[in-house]
Design a protein around this ligand. Structure first.
Ligand SMILES: Nc1ncnc2c1ncn2[C@@H]1O[C@H](COP(=O)(O)OP(=O)(O)O)[C@@H](O)[C@H]1O
Ligand SMILES: [Mg+2]
Length: 137
């Protein structure tokens, strides 16, 4: 899956890319979603969650840093946008999310600094137009 590029033309198409990515994920995997505000990270996370069997609505976890879901595996959805210092992640027990048995989807992974796990999957999102997005693994 590494090296793959998709172009999507609406949010639902981005969610379907997320479902495709979900099929390549095994328990314990960490996925970093890189991209500017509005590039579609949360929309892609919704698709990944759907692909992992999460049936409840997935919303942005900005204010709580992490939202937990149960699908076919445990799913953690993190949004680190508001993290100013990676030590905040030590306070919330990041090890469970990065090194536990669940799949961990992380928006703004760059905020994790040195705590970011080496073997994470990297996904980059780019806004090409109002409805167009590029997604690269
Ligand atoms: N092709 C597309 N894929 C994903 N989102 C899209 C697309 N086209 C338009 N959008 C819109 O872009 C916004 C993406 O928001 P969001 O996923 O919250 O971004 P981020 O989490 O990266 O800040 C949403 O309002 C969504 O409706
Ligand atoms: Mg978001």
């Amino acid at each position: 899956m590494s090296g793959k590029i998709w172009k999507t033309r609406d949010p639902e198409e981005t969610r379907r890319v997320g479902e495709e990515i979900a099929r390549a994920l095994s328990p314990g995997r960490v996925v970093g979603l890189f991209g500017d505000l509005g590039s579609g990270k949360t929309v892609l996370a919704q698709g990944i969650c759907r692909g992992l069997g999460v049936e409840v609505p997935v919303t942005s976890p900005s204010f709580v840093l992490v939202q937990e879901y149960q699908g076919t595996v445990r799913v953690y959805h993190m949004d680190l946008y508001r993290v100013e210092d990676f030590r905040e992640l030590e306070e919330i027990g990041y090890e469970e999310y990065f090194y536990g048995d669940g799949v961990c989807i992380v928006e703004w992974p760059e905020r994790a600094g040195p705590l970011w796990p080496e073997d994470a999957l990297w996904v980059r999102l780019r806004r090409l137009g109002i409805w167009e997005r590029e997604i690269r693994i």
